[in-house]
Write a protein that binds this ligand. Structure first.
Ligand code: KG4
Ligand code: ZN
Length: 343
């Protein structure tokens, strides 16, 4: 069957057409990033994001359909991100998908964005991934570890109490005047410095809970910067970035190890924008696979927001409700996670 995926939860407008069933293939996928629009503000401006989705989504969908040499009458299902994310951005994608569904008579299915990130390595590795699994979803908006007994049985193991890991990388890079988004810039600079020069303490919750907390990293990095009067380009500057990234990634791996101990999973997934980070990927493979664990990371373009993961999960959800009684065009967007997360 042919599935059209639509994603607009944050600052990427994305549309994809895939085929699932006997054949599993990506026919066409497009992502229009808004990075150039938000760059000068050092972060996503929600109103600008909504407007850009509004101006882009129709054109991008037409491009995907025409480059696939198909039209909406030949599609079997429309899958759209329902939440969580920026509410204005989500509403543009969902309203557009609803309109398309009404006018074409095609079924519509709402997809949870976090669940779709967990699905993203399945695009490449499919049945090699086994349940139960644990999944770290780490991006600019989320940092949580989930346990899944099966695809749609998801529970939260731990989540961040404050900032997301990607958000802290973006803020530190902004403070150091390195540009936006910070994660990929810090990734590139990491090998230039001594990663053990500055010590960052791994956060521990005073109430004994296993939650993540990242805001301390931001404060610690800025304190080192000011205390040592570090200037851009100094050896100290490179050492600060390497030490910061080393500790942040150690922290993520440490929490994954706690999850492994708790659930003894058959597979481990790391997904979301920060899963693109070279150091995190390297550590996950070296440290977790060494313990005999199977680690699955999405391919580069499926780490960050994309519509292929939305369409991919759309098919899986459709298989659960094959009679079509699930399709409901009155669904609404939701900005906060359904998984009872704090961020
Ligand atoms: O999943 P995503 O596209 O959007 C959100 O849901 O937030 O993730 C974007 C985040 C940003 O914080 C960005 O800095 C981070 O992912 N990121 C990276 C890398 N590439 C993107 N962080 C570290 N290393 C990277 N290579
Ligand atoms: Zn995302």
């Amino acid at each position: 069957m042919l599935i059209l995926g639509i994603e607009s939860s944050c600052d990427e407008t994305a549309v994809a057409l895939i085929e699932r069933g006997e054949n599993n293939r990506i026919i066409c996928e497009k992502v229009k990033s808004q990075i150039p629009l938000h760059k000068k503000y050092g972060g996503v401006v929600p109103e600008i994001a909504s407007r850009s989705h509004y101006e882009t989504i129709d054109k991008l969908t037409k491009e995907v359909l025409s480059e696939s040499e198909t039209d909406i009458s030949l599609i079997d299902l429309i899958a759209v991100t329902q939440g969580p994310g920026l509410i204005g951005s989500l509403l543009i994608g969902l309203s557009f998908a609803k309109g398309l569904s009404y006018s074409s008579g095609k079924p519509l299915i709402g997809i949870d964005h976090i669940q779709a990130h967990i699905e993203s390595p399945f695009i490449t590795y499919g049945e090699k991934i086994n349940y139960p699994l644990i999944a770290l979803v780490v991006s600019g908006g989320h940092t949580s570890i989930f346990h899944q007994r099966s695809k749609f049985e998801t529970e939260v193991f731990t989540t961040t109490r404050d900032d997301a890991a990607g958000e802290v990388m973006d803020k530190v890079a902004k403070f150091l005047d390195l540009g936006y988004p910070g994660g990929p810039i810090l990734d590139k600079l990491y090998p230039e410095g001594d990663n053990s020069r500055f010590k960052f303490t791994i956060p521990r919750m005073s109430d004994g809970s296993g939650d993540f907390s990242f805001s301390g990293y931001k404060t610690a990095a800025l304190r080192v910067f000011e205390k040592h009067n570090i200037k851009s380009g100094d050896v100290d500057f490179n050492d600060l970035i390497s030490s910061f990234m080393n500790s942040m990634t150690d922290y993520l791996i440490l929490k994954l190890k706690e999850g492994i101990k708790e659930f003894d999973p058959k597979s481990i997934i790391i997904a979301g924008g920060v899963s693109r980070n070279s150091l995190l990927r390297q550590k996950a493979l070296a440290e977790l696979e060494k313990e005999g664990r199977k680690v699955f990371l999405p391919e580069g373009e499926y780490c960050t927001d994309n519509a292929t993961m939305i369409a991919w999960l759309g098919y899986e959800k459709f298989k659960q409700f094959p009679k079509g009684n699930y399709f409901d065009r009155s669904i609404n967007s939701y900005s906060r996670s359904k998984f009872n997360l704090k961020s």
